[in-house]
Ligand binder design. Structure first.
Ligand SMILES: Cc1cc2nc3c(=O)[nH]c(=O)nc-3n(C[C@H](O)[C@H](O)[C@H](O)COP(=O)(O)OP(=O)(O)OC[C@H]3O[C@@H](n4cnc5c(N)ncnc54)[C@H](O)[C@@H]3O)c2cc1C
Ligand code: SF4
Ligand code: SF4
Length: 456
């Protein structure tokens, strides 16, 4: 939410203007790429401020089940990283904050305005005990579990959130005061008098690691996502499979039964010019194969069919991972999905063009369909630059201005980018790019400190 929107809401008395702060680097986005860049720069002795718009850092990775192709536990890898970021002496963490404006005042000098949104909970007192949450009577869909279960109007996003501090969602709060009465701190940490704050931050360099957003499958109307309960997206399936999952079973939404015949629709929202996204999202084939393997472990009697244009298994160990899924019994069908229909018992009929067998229109029945949604850029990052132009490609990914010799460099000198903010990629590549952005940024900072004039 922007400052103007907060003004319009009038949930507070006034926006508090804070005095100037100074750091070497601002990292925008606290997913795996941004955390890696912050840790590497912090370890080199640079003072880093990491700005994350959500109430916790972690990005998509900590929501995942396992990672392809090694099937390592995603949250076991990301949780210690989140803790290292929070405890690093050279990293200042600003969660639930939005960068409003970046003005480049000269080489190595950026003036930045950051909006800190009120949590309506005093972070210095809150112990993360969740007693407020237990007392709150309001239940709304939980974003972390992609709407599969509910959360309260006052909540901590998930058990290992960093920071583990509650926040009140005023859009759904009914102001009953139960949370305040239940809070054991003295005085209670719930504080409805909090105002948004504007931070004025001066830095020498910026790293953008704002990641991606998922394709909204509702746009693909013929698949009826959001309408047919047993059509879910792959992020929901990753939550169902995760060790931190909402319930300890894979259940289909319509009736809570274990599915026995699951269909995957690859390239939902990717490689589709009718939707304005001709790009391959690079990871959907592999995350679907990963989920199919995990499902075969969780539901040994289930049939799994993956409908695809082709399988793109380009990385190290990926082809072997794909062949392993075939050997385990996953059925791969070359077919574009025309439409999905729902039967009275909420089972689904998938109509597809059977490319592998002459292109005839065929239908198959499944009791759960998973849409392997593609990755799209988070919109609007270029608009925060006041007097410089951040170059984006036609889809909206940040362009690397020197892809071969300085891949993290953007069109603005002193501004670097990493991870999925540049384009879709997997976790190892996002981590590598976080490290690359940190070292290129460190070189830039050293030149600025030495007063060496750079020429791009
Ligand atoms: C269903 C699914 C399964 C996957 N499975 C795997 C797998 O098994 N193996 C694998 O390698 N990869 C997998 N991936 C890919 C993996 O999630 C990404 O590679 C990884 O999350 C990219 O990290 P990132 O830091 O670049 O972006 P993100 O994880 O998107 O993090 C970006 C962060 O920036 C924040 N942000 C965005 N905009 C702003 C802003 N304006 N201001 C401040 N903060 C902002 C976001 O809130 C977020 O915290 C999967 C992805 C999906 C969707
Ligand atoms: S005041 Fe709002 S957040 Fe607190 S318990 Fe009531 S509904 Fe929940
Ligand atoms: S606001 Fe109070 S009750 Fe809620 S988690 Fe924090 S300390 Fe516990």
């Amino acid at each position: 939410m922007t400052t103007t929107q907060w003004y319009e809401r009038k949930y507070y008395k006034e926006i508090e203007d804070l005095p100037e702060e100074k750091y070497d680097v601002m990292v925008i986005g606290g997913g795996i790429a941004g955390m890696q860049a912050s840790l590497d720069l912090g370890d080199m002795g640079f003072k880093v401020v990491l700005v994350e718009r959500e109430p916790t850092i972690g990005g998509y990775m900590f929501k995942l089940s396992k990672t392809f192709p090694t099937l390592d536990c995603a949250s076991c890898i990301s949780t210690p990283k989140m803790a290292s970021v929070a405890h690093h002496p050279n990293i200042t963490l600003m969660t639930y904050c939005e960068v409003e404006e970046i003005e480049k005042k000269g080489e190595g000098f950026f003036k930045i305005k950051v909006l800190e949104k009120p949590r309506f909970v005093d972070a210095t007192r809150c112990t993360g005990c969740r007693q407020c949450e237990n007392a709150c009577p309001v239940i709304v869909p939980n974003e972390y579990d992609r709407g599969l279960v509910g959360r309260k109007a006052v909540y901590i996003p998930f058990d290992t959130a960093v920071p583990r501090v509650a926040l009140v969602d005023l859009d759904h709060c009914v102001f009953c005061g139960q949370c305040e009465r239940a809070c054991p701190t003295d005085p209670p940490s719930i504080d409805f008098t909090q105002s948004p704050k504007i931070h004025h931050i001066n830095v020498n360099s910026v790293i953008i690691s704002t990641g991606f957003r998922l394709f909204d499958a509702k746009i693909k109307k013929e698949y009826h996502y959001g309408e047919y309960p047993n059509v879910i997206d792959a992020m929901q399936m990753d939550r169902l499979l995760a060790p931190t999952r909402p319930y300890h079973a894979i259940l289909r939404p319509s009736d809570g039964k274990e599915p026995s015949n699951i269909g995957y629709v690859l390239c939902t929202g990717s490689r589709d010019i009718t939707l304005g996204n001709p790009n391959c999202s690079q990871i959907c084939c592999m995350y679907s194969i990963k989920q199919a393997q995990l499902l075969m472990g969780a539901l040994p009697l289930a049939d799994i069919t993956i409908y695809c244009i082709d399988i793109r298994a380009f990385g190290k160990g990926f082809e072997e991972f794909y062949q392993q899924a075939r050997e385990m019994g996953v059925n791969f069908v070359k077919g574009r999905i025309a439409k999905i229909e729902q039967k009275e018992n909420k089972d689904l009929i998938v109509w597809f063009e059977d490319i592998g067998n002459g292109g005839r229109l065929k239908k198959a029945e499944h009791d759960l369909v998973v849409l392997s949604v593609g990755l799209l850029p988070n919109p609007g990052i270029e608009k925060i630059f006041k007097n410089e132009k951040l170059e984006l490609d036609d889809i909206g990914w940040i362009i690397s201005s020197d892809e071969n010799s300085n891949p993290a460099k953007t069109s603005i000198d002193g501004v670097f980018a990493a991870g999925c903010a540049i384009g879709p990629k997997d976790i190892p590549d996002s981590v590598l790019e976080g490290g690359a952005a940190a070292s290129q940024c460190a070189a830039y900072l050293n030149e600025i400190k030495k007063g060496v004039k750079r020429n791009g």
